[in-house]
Design a protein around this ligand. Structure first.
Ligand SMILES: NC(=O)c1ccc[n+]([C@@H]2O[C@H](COP(=O)([O-])OP(=O)(O)OC[C@H]3O[C@@H](n4cnc5c(N)ncnc54)[C@H](OP(=O)(O)O)[C@@H]3O)[C@@H](O)[C@H]2O)c1
Length: 171
């Protein structure tokens, strides 16, 4: 059985993106993302794929699965799907242990309906943004782990508190 995991960093005001970029840069969170996702397929929207920095596009060591409705879209080194749910069927048919849904907002909205687990980095700061996370129904999720941290957001030159929180879907 493939565990489908949503992984995301969300600010206090539900912000996740601005100008097709992440509004903060917290090294510990990028490291956390890398450790969790390394070796596993990562499913994302075409905007998120385009937003990856050159050195990390495609994300190394992970199958990059990109969802797009554009038949002319090109993403070198990635597997393309024109239907998010076909991408989910594809990773399940491969029989991998885990696959990650890595954004952005459009793809998270679909992913939250079917994911088995949810890896949330909650950043206790409000950020200016144009992309926000869809509403989270906490009645559907059981918190199974929480680690509190503090670190530098080097993009905004501020110290921030954040938590890595793992949820599993209540069945
Ligand atoms: N904070 C975080 O952890 C985090 C993580 C990831 C991304 N982000 C941020 O999120 C923002 C991007 O989010 P976004 O919502 O604009 O874009 P996105 O989710 O990355 O991509 C959306 C695109 O996916 C395609 N799509 C939508 N529904 C689909 C479906 N059912 N099947 C196949 N393809 C489908 C469409 O492509 P076309 O219309 O082009 O065909 C759509 O425009 C950026 O600012 C990024 O930095 C933040």
């Amino acid at each position: 059985m493939t565990d489908i995991v949503v992984i995301v960093a969300i600010a206090q005001n539900q912000a996740i993106g601005k100008n097709n970029d992440i509004p903060w840069h917290i090294k510990e969170d990028f490291q956390h993302f890398k450790e969790k996702t390394m070796g596993h397929p990562c499913i994302m929207g075409d905007k998120t794929y385009d937003s990856l920095p050159d050195f990390a596009r495609p994300l190394p060591g992970r199958e990059n699965i990109v969802c797009t409705l554009d038949p002319n879209y090109k993403a070198e080194g990635a597997t393309l799907f024109n239907d998010f749910f076909k991408a989910i069927d594809y990773v399940k048919a491969k029989g991998v242990d885990q696959a990650f849904i890595i954004g952005g907002a459009t793809i998270y909205k679909l992913g939250m309906k079917i994911a088995d687990a949810f890896e949330l980095t909650r950043i206790y700061h409000d950020y200016d943004a144009d992309t926000f996370y869809p509403e989270i129904n906490l009645n559907e999720w059981q918190e199974i782990n929480k680690e509190d941290h503090e670190g530098m957001d080097i993009k905004n030159k501020i110290k921030v508190k954040f938590s890595f929180i793992t949820y599993r879907r209540i069945r």
